[in-house]
Design a protein around this ligand. Sequence first.
Ligand SMILES: Nc1ncnc2c1ncn2[C@@H]1O[C@H](COP(=O)(O)OP(=O)(O)OP(=O)(O)O)[C@@H](O)[C@H]1O
Length: 295
Amino acid sequence: MDTQNLIFQLKNVDLKIEGTFILNDINLDVQKNERVFILGNNGSGKSSLIEVFLDNIKASGQILRRMPAKRHIGLLFDQVPFSPLYKVKEVVHLYGLLFHLEQNAYQPILERLNLPAIMHKKIGKLSTGERKRLGLFAALFHHPQLLVLDEPLSGIDPNSVQQINELIFAHPRTVIIASHDWESAVKYADKIVFLHQGTILGGGARSPTEWLSEDFIPFNEKVVIQADSGLSLDELRRLAPLTFGYENQYVLFGFNASLLDFLSTAKITYSRAQKSLHDIYYYLMTKHELEGITL
Ligand SMILES: Nc1ncnc2c1ncn2[C@@H]1O[C@H](COP(=O)(O)OP(=O)(O)OP(=O)(O)O)[C@@H](O)[C@H]1O
């Protein structure tokens, strides 16, 4: 490991609130200019992990922080920290003053976030997506060296996702993102962490390529069966132990010719496809629950 370029290092970190583990034995390091995605369901601990990185919550274990100075960090959380009575243009102006930047320095970012169209709106009257765009402006306009973004794409319409990702990843810098967005993670992450009930699944962070490699799950393909096929999850698991269900489908890894023969004979409609990161997350969760083990 390159210890010279470490920005954060968490070793055996636990976070307990009122007797409940929110984060459990977290081991994770972040190098300079690395892009780290933290993926997981609601309540899995993503925001808490970010708060621990930033030293906003005290956790136990070993934590090393070599963050840049505050003015070189761009943060995105839910709230824009100004009175709801301010207009977008006033907030933008105030941010500019804070960093001694003229409007022409940040005009391209304003435009790419479609903010010129809502400059006269009060921030209390903004939609979720508009508020998110203003928050992204505040995080990005001064070109920080470290970006820490909690769900930057939630509330953003699908047509704008690409544009916002391009802004976030335009320059080499350290980026830590808590997200539900699998596609962006596959495309942009150097490292992905799956969190589930406060635990990092699969033993640690890996690159998308590592997650999708045949070594990690020794089957590159999956079989997909609709959940109304007449077979239960338990029956399918007897045929293929690495079966899990989500979104009205059963996904089977580790299928072989006899399973395909069985499905054809039983007239069960199935399709074959490449596995995705989404599948791996569910695979990890299923394994976790099936075997009752801590991965
Ligand atoms: N201050 C607190 N006191 C008690 N429980 C808390 C506190 N902060 C977080 N939690 C609990 O810790 C768990 C993880 O919360 P966290 O906000 O980190 O999850 P998350 O993965 O970011 O979720 P989401 O995707 O919904 O934003 C949740 O069960 C939450 O209720």
